[in-house]
Structures are given as structure tokens and as C-alpha cells.
Design a protein around this ligand. Structure first.
Ligand code: TRP
Length: 430
């Protein structure tokens, strides 16, 4: 059976809000329940250091995000649920990836570029207040993903560029050191970008327009009462188009429920009543989780134990993989000096000989390049030994053997230089 590995992280820099829930927590918990998936969910606390220099806030946020995920139904037995900073292999891998990542690529990363553009616009030093942490952020994220060779990474649109960079890192590492990484793919959560906040703009901490996911009932009610609406009076038909209230409702409601509210809008429902409908709908989904959340948040030791177990599970994979990667790049024990041999080319990048027997009972071989394209085809030999000898001559003498063996070969499918180059690569690459 083959598994698709999903991986996603949430930066521990604040209190989870409804936007995080709808866009990330809820879909990732659902995805984790599908058959044939293996999921990795983590608290990105190293990432938090890039934005937050209040230690207590990072600790609190770690607790709140972990409790939110668990309250929303994430099953730590079923998935691998861990805190980034408990897996020291991640910063270690960050360095290996740093060394295969072009600086120019990082110059173009959105978050860094935005900071530089802002400084330039105000005629400041371009790098004013820009830490190397912000600059390196895509590499840390690449390490998060490649550490577990995740196939799919559910993210918001703003993160697509980072996933593409992680693909590039995987490819350049593989190219230099052999196939170790799976280039990951972004899975776009359309709803992430669309949950509006109190003021109608995207719900986001930076706009200060959020509704905390586990706000107590009374506070939730009050916040919802503050959602921006237009000035239409009760009885006047209302527009669902562009209504933040309606969009938030849709993120929680069934199609039937949405249709009903749409009708109420058309019938001129008072904004106060519409807000009451929204409040009841959200609370219906959140209330049972809120109970769990409160009991978890009051028992940090329990969450800590879950995270420690998760870290052990994550490291079961990360530690041996890191050993493999260290060896691949040449961070090796000195007992085994095989490493002085010429640099290895990735096996998958090499041409290869294939031997086979055909229906006529004859033994043949062919040489194909890394993409499987035919370079050389032999005629039939009466024994596998003779075919093997011809291959040995080609391996030893390269292009020189071509003329000598001409009588045993089909006319060349490509020019002799190409075949010669392939034979040389084969001889020096392994
Ligand atoms: N950078 C992501 C964000 O700000 C969080 C994150 C860190 C992440 N590492 C990741 C997401 C790896 C997916 C995969 O939203």
C-alpha cells in the first residue's frame, strides 16, 4: 500500500482564530482521517522566533495551538504531532539545505522582498531591521518539509512560493548527492484566503480583526456583534455578496443552511438577528471543542507529554534519515575511506545496460540513458556470457570498443559521440 504524506505547520506566534480554524486546523484534521495518508503536524516554534521576541508569548501560543489542534480532533496516535524545536535534525538539515540554495533565490522570497521594498520606499538602508532569520526563513521551512519527505503540503496562497523553493532545494540536493528527497507539492486551501475578519478584510492578526477560536461564549457573541455590515434597516432586503457575515456563516453552514440565510437576507432580516443566527451556528460547532480545549489548556503537562511522544515518533524517522544525509554529503566517520573515490553521480542520472533474452532464445543487451532513451542495441548472442563480455569491453574501452564490436551491434540509434559520452559517464560516475 502506498501512503501520501501530508505535512503542515502553524507558527506559534499568537492565539488561533476562526480563520486559522477554517483554513488550516479543520481541513488538516479532516485530511488526517482519510485512509492511505500519513500526516505530520507540527508547532513551528523556530519560525515564531523570526517574528516574536516575547518568550512568554511563544510559550503561551505553543500551548494554545497544540490544545486547539487536539480539541479539533487531531489524534496523536494516528498522526505525528510534534513541536519543531524538539527535533534537532530540522535545524541540522537547514544547514545542509542552506548550502545548496542560491542566495539570489532567497533575495526573491516575498517576505524578505516586502521588507526591503518598504525600506527602499522610505529611503532607508534596504536591510534595515531585517534579520538573517527572516532572510533564511524559506530554508527552515524547506527543512521542515524535506525532513519527512512530505508529498503534499496544505497551505494558503501566500506560502506557495515557499513550497516551490523547497522543491528546488530537493532537486539541487538530489542532483549533487543522489536521490534523497521527494520534491513536495503545495495543496491550496481556497478557503484560507477567503475567511473575512470583523472589518471585512482577510481575518488576520496583522489587521487586528480576528475572532479567537475559543473565545468564551459571551465574548464570541460580542465580537460577532461587531462584524461590519451596511446601514440597511430591518425589512430592507440585504446583499449576501460582499457580506463578511454571510461569508463567515458559509464557512460553518451546510448548503441548506446557507440557502435559508440567503432567503432571510432577501426577506430583509435585521442585522442584529443575522448576527444571532451566525453566533448560534458557530457556537454549535465550537462549543463541544471549547470544553475539551479548556480542560487541555488547564493541563499543560498532559500536552507536554503528548508532544514529547510525538517528538520521539518524528525522530524515529528524522534521526536515521539525517544519518543518511550526513553520509551523502561527506560528513562521515573516518574508518571507511571509500569516500576518496571519484565523486558519485546520482544513480538515477546515469545511463545503464539492460540484458535480456528474447523469444528467439538469443541474449541481447541495450544501453539506455537516464531518461530511458535507447543509445545502443546489440544483436543476438548465443550465450549470456558472450553478451556480458561485449558489455565489459564497452565499459572498459568506451567509444573505442564501438568500432571493434560493430558486427555485433545494430546500427547506432544516435551518433557515436553521444554513445561514447554515455559510456564515459558510466565509467567515471560509479
Ligand atoms: N510558514 C508557515 C506559515 O507562516 C508555517 C510553516 C512553517 C509551515 N513550516 C511549515 C507550513 C512547513 C507548512 C509546511 O503559515
Amino acid at each position: 500500500m502506498s501512503f501520501t504524506r501530508f505535512l503542515t505547520g502553524i507558527t506559534t506566534s499568537g492565539t488561533p482564530h476562526l480563520g486559522n480554524y477554517v483554513g488550516s486546523i479543520r481541513p488538516s484534521v479532516r485530511a488526517s482521517l482519510a485512509p492511505d495518508v500519513e500526516s505530520y503536524y507540527f508547532l513551528a516554534d523556530y519560525h515564531a522566533l523570526i517574528k516574536v521576541d516575547e518568550p512568554a508569548r511563544i510559550q503561551r501560543s505553543t500551548l494554545e495551538i497544540a490544545a486547539s489542534w487536539l480539541a479539533a480532533g487531531l489524534d496523536p496516535e494516528r498522526v505525528t504531532f510534534y513541536r519543531q524545536s524538539d527535533v534537532p535534525e530540522i535545524p541540522e538539515l537547514t544547514w545542509l539545505l542552506t548550502c545548496v540554495t542560491g542566495k539570489g533565490v532567497l533575495n526573491r522570497a516575498h517576505a524578505y522582498k516586502a521588507a526591503v521594498d518598504k525600506n527602499t520606499a522610505t529611503e532607508q538602508d534596504p536591510d534595515m531591521d531585517v534579520t538573517a532569520g527572516l532572510f533564511m526563513y524559506p530554508v527552515l521551512m524547506g527543512a521542515d518539509i524535506l525532513m519527512f519527505n512530505a508529498h503534499k503540503v496544505p497551505v494558503g496562497r501566500d506560502q506557495i512560493q515557499h513550497i516551490e523553493m523547497a522543491r528546488d532545494m530537493a532537486n539541487s540536493f538530489n542532483h549533487r548527492y543522489g536521490d534523497h528527497f521527494v520534491p513536495p507539492q503545495a495543496v491550496i486551501e481556497e478557503s484560507v484566503a477567503t475567511l473575512p475578519g470583523l472589518d471585512g478584510r482577510k481575518m488576520s492578526k496583522s489587521y487586528d480583526n480576528t475572532i479567537p477560536l475559543f473565545a468564551p461564549r459571551e465574548q464570541l457573541k460580542k465580537l460577532i456583534a461587531g462584524i461590519k455590515t451596511d446601514s440597511r434597516i430591518p425589512g430592507e432586503p440585504k446583499d449576501t455578496e460582499g457580506s463578511a457575515l454571510f461569508q463567515i456563516f458559509q464557512a460553518f453552514a451546510s448548503e441548506d443552511e446557507s440557502r435559508t440565510l440567503r432567503q432571510s437576507y432577501a426577506d430583509g432580516i435585521a442585522w442584529g438577528d443575522a448576527k444571532q443566527v451566525l453566533f448560534e451556528r458557530i457556537d454549535r460547532e465550537i462549543a463541544p471543542m471549547r470544553e475539551t480545549y479548556l480542560s487541555l489548556i488547564n493541563n499543560p503537562a498532559k500536552i507536554e507529554a503528548i508532544l514529547m511522544a510525538g517528538a520521539a515518533k518524528a525522530r524515529n524517522r528524522a534521526t536515521p534519515f539525517m544519518t543518511e544525509l550526513r553520509h551523502a554529503v561527506g560528513l562521515r566517520r573516518l574508518g571507511d575511506m571509500a569516500s576518496t573515490a571519484p565523486q558519485k553521480v546520482a544513480k538515477s542520472a546515469l545511463p545503464s545496460f539492460k540484458q535480456y533474452r528474447e523469444a528467439d532464445g538469443k541474449f541481447r543487451f541495450k544501453l539506455v540513458d537516464a531518461q530511458g532513451q535507447l543509445l545502443l542495441q546489440s544483436l543476438g548472442f548465443s550465450s549470456p556470457k558472450e553478451a556480458g563480455q561485449a558489455i565489459a569491453e564497452l565499459q572498459r574501452d568506451g567509444a573505442l570498443a564501438l568500432t571493434r564490436l560493430a558486427a555485433q551491434l545494430e546500427p547506432l540509434a544516435v551518433d557515436a559521440d553521444t554513445v561514447g559520452a554515455a559510456l564515459t559517464l558510466l565509467a567515471t560516475g560509479t
